[in-house]
Design a protein around this ligand. Structure first.
Ligand SMILES: Nc1ncnc2c1ncn2[C@@H]1O[C@H](COP(=O)(O)OP(=O)(O)OP(=O)(O)O)[C@@H](O)[C@H]1O
Length: 247
């Protein structure tokens, strides 16, 4: 099993300079968040607050900030010499339109000789084996999001970063994808940071919900979710916790 890692985020300052008429923006100052190995942390915040910016910094895509992001293997596990395996599911599925569904899933596996076989096994798990040779444009948005999940899990990630991966779906479609995500994580546990502005989605998925607000962004609520899988399906329990989170 993957040496699932914890994440210690310590941001001194993150700002965006002024561009074309828009003023400079201070997004984070003295921001600290520790994510335990195997946690499913949901970051809940209104639009434009800096959630995507935070994931980009954790992913190493944005290094223009002061502070540190550290990954530490779970107790007893050895760190990978090459660093943790990170998967990032973006807000839009970001599939390559000129590659087949299978090739899109196989892409992060690089030169692994078993890449095609592994990608097909992942597609089977997300229920899209029959679409392996299709091109992404032929798929519905829900199916494209499934392919994006298959691609994220194909590398057996230690850390999974997810930026509103289920937006723009109808509620039934989003619920099916949440179920699928839960099943995939049972098979391959990972440390998850999941961004959403949907408090119900947060309660249904998270083991911990961190709500951000203000500018610069601060943690205004940090709630451990102690619901059993059955309770998560009970509207009353979900609603009670949702109210606790949004205050
Ligand atoms: N490259 C950039 N240059 C300047 N400003 C930026 C840049 N990227 C983001 N911003 C600004 O920083 C703020 C935070 O952006 P971010 O995308 O992290 O928000 P978010 O919380 O993820 O919002 P959303 O839910 O709408 O995606 C926004 O006001 C955005 O306009």
């Amino acid at each position: 099993m993957a040496p699932v890692t914890g994440i210690t985020i310590d941001i001194g300052e993150k700002r965006f300079p002024a561009v074309a008429g828009a003023p400079a923006r201070l997004i984070y100052r003295d921001f600290r968040l520790e994510v335990a190995p195997f946690a499913f942390v949901v970051l809940l915040a209104p639009s434009g607050l800096g959630k995507t910016t935070l994931l980009n910094m954790v992913a190493g895509l944005d290094r223009d900030f002061s502070g540190t992001i550290r990954f530490e293997p779970a107790a007893g596990a050895a760190a990978r010499p090459e660093g943790p395996r990170l998967a990032y599911a973006f807000q839009s599925p970001r599939l390559l339109p000129w590659r087949s569904v299978l090739d899109n899933v196989a892409l992060p596996l690089g030169r692994d000789p078993a890449a095609a076989e592994k990608a097909l096994a992942m597609l089977r798990q997300v229920g899209l084996e029959e679409q392996a040779d299709a091109y992404p444009e032929r798929l519905s948005l829900g199916q494209q999001r499934r392919v994006a999940l298959a691609r994220a899990f194909a590398i057996d990630p230690d850390v999974l970063l997810m930026d509103e991966p289920f937006v723009s779906l109808d509620e039934a479609g989003a619920a099916r994808l949440r179920d699928l995500l839960r099943r995939l994580l049972v098979a391959r546990p990972a440390t998850v940071m999941f961004v959403t502005h949907d408090s119900r989605e947060a309660v249904e998925l998270g083991s911990r919900i961190v709500r951000l607000d203000g500018a610069p962004a601060q943690i205004v609520a940090d709630v451990a979710v102690g619901l059993s899988p059955q309770q998560r399906r009970a509207p009353d329990a979900v609603e009670a916790l949702r109210r606790q989170v949004i205050g």
